[in-house]
Write a protein that binds this ligand. Sequence first.
Ligand SMILES: Cc1ncc(COP(=O)(O)O)c(C=O)c1O
Length: 382
Amino acid sequence: MIISKLPNVGTTIFTRMSQLAAQTGALNLSQGFPDFDGPQALRDAVARHIAAGDNQYAPMTGLPALREQVAAKIARSYGREVCADSEVTITPGATQAIFCAVQALIRPGDEVIVFDPCYDSYEPAVELAGGRCVHVPLALPGFGIDWQRLQDALSSRTRLIILNSPHNPSGALISQAALDQLAALIRGRDIYLISDEVYEHLVFDGAKHVSVVAHEELYQRAFVVSSFGKSYHVTGWKTGYVVAPPALSAELRKVHQYVSFCGVTPLQWALADYMAEHPEHVDELPAFYQAKRDLFCELLTGSRFSFTRAAGSFFQLLDYSAIRPDLDDLAMAEWLTREHGVAAIPVSVFYQTPPKDLRVVRLCFAKREETLRLAAEKLAAI
Ligand SMILES: Cc1ncc(COP(=O)(O)O)c(C=O)c1O
């Protein structure tokens, strides 16, 4: 009998809800992926590079042309000059990048602070490294850091803190003041950061994403992770990157080298070409996704769901306490899928200990207008 190293891991809720949506024919607003395609020119570029024979291994750290584009984007967006050679690593997705950063840092007995609700890949990565996650709930209703609880959770074993902004599932954004406070809290301690910024370009209402890359003090101890999948509407490409100071990048690369060695070559060429030709693409993302968020929210105004519009990401939380307070959020997500034809994700799955009486589900608005209209019509009729 094999003794599982991850006894608590089963099929994720994202897979389960997507399967249920497919079985029941429900509109799938559960898993976080667009129901529209990435730019035509980007997809054409992949075909062009495959036809041209760019089909063998890429350099371990990523194609230089793509690393340079990432460095240029960081300079443009956040005002920091990073070295494309020693600070940027292209990975097969943000999840793999986070996994490699955790393996590079964590030893048996180390503690990792994660903020609940949190993305589900963090904890298994920590457990496989022999570490332990210490879950610190974000303060409700705004999903900001609860500084007292964070301070109480810090110990001599704390080796790593994982941040995520814009935040999945709440869409909350971290502020410059919060990063400054965090820097003060961990100053002089041997603690590193992973900053999961995969939704970095999805920020609304004129807000600006506050990146750890731009924070002089925190960046020195950080792995900043992003995903081309999210920024270019191609989640199935599983291509991302990590930006970290040279010494940290070197350690991450030792792991990445033996987890996958490199990312997919023609996808990297296509992204490099497209980023060079369309630097404006990422600048247009806030307005593009804000229009989707606003359409969805406007159509739900007057419904029995209550909500605050997401500040970032492509997720909208909906409170259903006025509709079925008798159902927990797992039962509610299933009920919405089976009885009302809209698949959602229960927010409790993002917690170690969910708040009592949590009556909130997450819906993804990275969908065509037609899908959003249909879904909102069904939800508003409940
Ligand atoms: C917070 C967060 N981090 C990381 C990822 C994974 O990104 P990738 O598909 O590039 O591995 C996701 C995808 O849903 C996410 O929501």
